[in-house]
Design a protein around this ligand. Structure first.
Ligand SMILES: Nc1ncnc2c1ncn2[C@@H]1O[C@H](COP(=O)(O)OP(=O)(O)O)[C@@H](O)[C@H]1O
Ligand SMILES: [Mg+2]
Length: 391
């Protein structure tokens, strides 16, 4: 099983420029998580901090008991071997063919024989759909193939944690879906912990078990996918819909005067961009038929069901709806929709929660590890919620 990564109170700046502060989250072992956030919010800096390439001033990032931020060089060297990293452009050596690129970490970091290296390299090329392409140079293949080769190389040292930076950049929507399927399949096969940084909304809505978002130098949310995907927070809704109206501006964030001026413009009919209202929780991508069950998904389900009561009501509802009837019986839960509709027909949907948008959940994290959403106070879910959720 992949390693758990526990980030607590991480704060990073460059000189006087603060990047983010007090970031706390836990990547559950073997699950797939996505980190969203507008450009320039420090997502790549976060990934680099996780592998010790950058040093945050405060906080810790702990893997198997080792704090990457403060440990010795030798511990860092050891612990880094647990990571496989897929950088934005694949970061392949242009003069080496795919075989040698993928073999590189094995030749650098292990004493394996060339026979053994060959077995591993061909296995990883096969796993990433590159069988037969081993003689190609990076310049001779498509962007999608380069990314898959980067993933193959990230896999050769049997990583427990895989970090991926913007896997969709430069790919068309179809190739992005193929690489998304590959992440799910690789996760199924090796049960590693994944963190994927992306702007791609399709990927973010369908691939991960958990989603977080960086905004205004803070981690505004991190938790089960249902929490962010049902969130009514303006910044989340704006980001998912790619619209101009909202707190995210041309270069990260807007002040209130700009927001007011723009609001008037949009109210007067100016197109705010985006074509449809992206909302709801679509079904999650599954391993390709023929592969075994994804154990990360199984563990996540138990974990989320244990903490279900701590999630916002709309998220709870979507979690319950995603269960099969057998699973609902197993956990002793019922879809709220049916219960609410039958027992409280007189109550208009959503009446109970007006003026009280759900925001930060207190999911699997202790309350003191959770960042708070700007200008919002999430209150504990009430006993039962008749609301029908986001779809
Ligand atoms: N090594 C560095 N030295 C100084 N500033 C940096 C360095 N790396 C990144 N930055 C700055 O940190 C901010 C966040 O960058 P980045 O993590 O690349 O954003 P994102 O990946 O979210 O688009 C940017 O303003 C960038 O200029
Ligand atoms: Mg980046």
């Amino acid at each position: 099983m992949g390693a758990e990564v526990v980030v607590e109170g991480l704060t990073k700046s460059f000189g006087r420029q603060a990047i983010w502060r007090d970031v706390s989250l836990t990547l559950p072992p073997g699950e797939v998580s996505v980190l969203l956030g507008p450009s320039g919010t420090g997502k790549s800096v976060f990934l680099k901090s996780m592998i010790g390439l950058l040093k945050p001033e405060r906080g810790s990032c702990t893997i198997n008991g080792v704090d990457i931020v403060r440990c010795s060089e030798s511990k860092l060297y050891e612990t880094r071997k647990l990571f496989g990293v897929l950088f934005q452009d694949g970061a392949l050596f242009g003069s080496m063919n795919l075989y040698d690129n993928v073999a590189f970490p094995l030749r650098e970091h292990t004493k394996k024989s060339e026979t053994e290296i060959k077995r591993i390299v061909l296995e990883k090329l096969e796993m990433t759909g590159l069988a037969g392409a081993d003689k190609k140079l990076p310049g001779e293949i498509s962007g999608g193939m380069r990314k898959r080769a980067g993933l193959a190389r990230a896999l050769v040292l049997d990583p427990e944690i895989i970090l991926v930076d913007e896997p969709d950049s430069g790919l068309d929507p179809v190739r992005t879906t193929y690489i998304s399927q590959l992440f799910i399949d690789v996760n199924t096969q090796i049960d590693a912990t994944f963190l994927i940084v992306t702007h791609n909304i399709n990927l973010a809505r369908t691939v991960p078990d958990n989603i977080g978002m960086l905004f205004r130098k803070e981690l505004v949310m991190f938790g089960p996918r249902e929490v962010l995907l049902t969130s009514e927070e303006p910044v989340v809704k704006q980001f998912l819909n790619g619209r101009m109206d909202g707190p995210i501006g041309m270069s990260e964030e807007k002040d209130s005067a700009t927001m007011a001026a723009e609001k008037a413009m949009f109210e007067a009919g100016h197109h705010a961009g985006g074509v449809e209202d992206v909302r709801g929780v679509p079904p999650q991508m599954q391993p390709t038929p023929g592969l075994p069950e994804r154990m990360g998904a199984r563990r996540r389900q138990d974990r989320v069901m244990r903490n279900l009561h701590t999630l916002p009501p709309a998220a709870q509802e979507k979690v319950i709806e995603s269960l099969s009837p057998e699973e609902q019986r197993h956990y002793g839960v019922h879809p709220h929709r049916l219960v609410g509709a039958r027992q409280q027909p007189q109550q208009p949907p959503q009446a109970q929660y007006q003026g009280q948008p759900p925001s930060q959940h207190r999911g699997q994290l202790p309350a003191d590890q959770v960042a708070s959403m700007p200008q919002s106070g999430w209150t504990e879910p009430r006993a039962r919620d008749p609301r029908q959720g986001g779809t």
